[in-house]
Design a protein around this ligand. Structure first.
Ligand SMILES: C[S@@+](CC[C@H](N)C(=O)[O-])C[C@H]1O[C@@H](n2cnc3c(N)ncnc32)[C@H](O)[C@@H]1O
Length: 221
């Protein structure tokens, strides 16, 4: 089996040219992903069709601001698919995972139970003041809430939690913003709005893994 560490993304591996992370919790599967043993370590294969961060990495996203020690605020954690891979990557970091749907939060809590760098928070991402006292300032905000006002939610949280020069990663779903508009127009408007607060350092469409999504890498001005 050929194992290579990604040169630019700490904690990201290519196992026989397929994306993977080293399992922080040996034996744990989070979403039915396959696991592989290499020497004494176990790796979880990272399915780009189930994770927008995985899709973005496949499509060339690098310089994501993620280090092994990063503090991350993750908005829209759902049941923990992507969050779990991030938890594998940030071996000495911390992830504050906000999710407002109680049903998936139960699954997220189960995932976090054995992951001591993952802190689930049941809150609405529109209301950062309500969870401000649980979270420190962060190096990175990741946002994947699939809501009409995704950009607004991101900026609101960045104002409260993102360090100066910090990075925001946004998986923008055109159909959630406005189903009647051409995705290209949605992305153009989003860029305009994002530029009021961030520099856009990279952007990439997520096809063929996800339809009508744009992934933005942003730096707080
Ligand atoms: C597309 S899913 C996220 C998938 C997840 N990021 C992953 O890759 O594993 C969007 C999630 O955002 C959550 N969400 C939507 N609006 C939210 C809000 N205002 N506050 C918190 N969570 C929200 C939804 O409940 C849903 O679980």
């Amino acid at each position: 089996m050929k194992l290579q560490q990604d040169k630019q993304l700490p904690g990201v591996y290519w196992l026989n040219n397929k994306l993977a992370t080293k399992n922080r919790v040996r034996g744990q599967r989070v979403y039915g992903e396959s696991k592989k043993r290499v020497g004494k370590d176990e790796y979880r294969m990272w399915d780009a069709k189930r994770s927008k961060l995985g899709a973005a990495i496949h499509n060339g996203a690098r310089n994501l601001g993620l280090k092994d020690t990063s503090k991350v605020l993750y908005l829209g954690a759902a049941s923990g698919t992507t969050v779990s891979h991030m938890s594998d990557m940030l071996t000495r970091g911390r992830i504050y995972a906000v999710e407002f749907a109680p049903r998936v939060m139960i699954q997220l809590i189960n995932v976090a139970h054995k992951r001591d760098n993952l802190y689930p928070l049941l809150f609405d991402a529109h209301l950062p003041d309500e969870y401000a006292h649980f979270i420190e300032d962060v190096d990175v905000i990741f946002q994947d809430v699939a809501q009409r006002d995704q950009v607004h939610i991101l900026i609101k949280n960045a104002r409260v939690f993102l360090k100066k020069g910090g990075v925001a990663l946004l998986a923008l779903k055109a159909r959630s913003v406005d189903v009647s508009k051409d995705p290209k127009d949605v992305f153009m408007q989003a860029e305009k709005d994002l530029k009021t607060y961030f520099d856009i350092t990279f952007k990439v469409r997520l096809e063929p893994h996800e339809k009508d999504h744009m992934f933005f890498v942003l730096k707080k001005k």
